[in-house]
Ligand binder design. Sequence first.
Ligand SMILES: Nc1ncnc2c1ncn2[C@@H]1O[C@H](COP(=O)(O)OP(=O)(O)OP(=O)(O)O)[C@@H](O)[C@H]1O
Ligand SMILES: [Mg+2]
Length: 312
Amino acid sequence: MADQAQRLRELMKQLPEPSPEPVPEIRGAARPPLAVAIASGKGGVGKSVLSVHLGQALAEQKKDVLLVDADCTLANLDILLDVRGRCRLHTALDSGMRLNRCVAECAPRLRLLSLGTGLGALAQQADEYGMRSQLQSLEESAQVIVVDTGAGTARMVLAACLAADLPLIVTTPDPTAMADAYTLIKLLRSRRPDCLPELIVNMVRTREEGREVAEKMRGVCAKFLHFEIKPLAVICSDRATANAVRERRVLERGRHFSPVRRAAAQIAEHIRRSRGLARQSSFFAAAIALLCAEPGVSMRVRPPAECVPLHA
Ligand SMILES: Nc1ncnc2c1ncn2[C@@H]1O[C@H](COP(=O)(O)OP(=O)(O)OP(=O)(O)O)[C@@H](O)[C@H]1O
Ligand SMILES: [Mg+2]
C-alpha cells in the first residue's frame, strides 16, 4: 500500500501545474471613454442623423458606443431609432428608477441613453441621487460616447460641447445655418479658448459647394476669432437618407452606402487615428460641473481648466 501511495504522489508531481484562473477583462473601467458632441446653431441640419450613423460606424469598428440624446427640449433619437419602452433620465430621477431603465440596446455594441432634462436636474441635486455613480458606471462600460445635442446655444448644448473631447459643429450651406454655427463656435471659444470644434458641412448639392462653405467658415473664424476651424467632412444631400428618417430605418440605411455613412466612417477613422479612445476625466462629471457653475448652485465638481462658467 505504501508503495502504491508513493507512486501516486510521484505521478501527481509529473502533472503540469494547473494554469491560473483567466482574469475577466473589465472593459473601459480604468479611464472614461472619449466623448464626441454633435451640435449646431440652427436646427434641422442633420445632427441626429449623423449621430446615429457615427455611433453605428464606431460600433462596426468594434467599439462599445453610448449614444446620448442630450437635446433637452426635443429629444427624439428614440423615435428615430424606433426604441420603445425606455424612459428618459429625468423620468428615472423623478420616480427613483434605476438608470438601466433608460438605456436601450439599438444594435450590437450601440446603446442609447436619453437625458431629457435629467442632466440639469442632476446638476442641481447631484448628491441626492445614486444616479451620478450609475452614470459613471454606464460611461465606463463604453469606449466612445456620441452626444447628440439640441440646436442653438442653450446651457446644455454649451456644456456638452465644452465637456466633450471633440465638438463637431454641423452647418448646411444656408447662410442662416452658417451664421448660427459661427455664433456657437464663438461662444464655445469665448468660454474655453482651448476648445477646438471641427466642422461638418451637410446637405450640400456638390462637394465643391461643401468646400466653398468650409472655406467661408474657415475665413470668418480666422478673421474674427483668430481660430482656424478644421473641416472634417462634407456630406451631400441624399434623398434615401431623408426617406429612411421618415420610415425610421436610419440604422438599416446606415448599413448601405450613402454620403452620410461615408462621412460617418471617415469621422470614426479620424477619431481612431488622431485621438486616444480614453480621456482623463468623465464626460458626465465635466458636463454636470459646467451646469453647476450657475449662481446659487454649489460647485461640487470642478469644471475643466480654463473654462468660464456658463452664466458669465
Ligand atoms: N445628408 C442628408 N441628405 C438628405 N437629408 C438629410 C441629410 N441629413 C439630414 N437630412 C434630413 O434633414 C432632416 C433633419 O435631420 P436631423 O433630425 O438629423 O436634424 P437635427 O439637426 O438633428 O435637427 P434638430 O435641430 O431639430 O434636432 C431629416 O429629415 C433628415 O432626413
Ligand atoms: Mg436632432
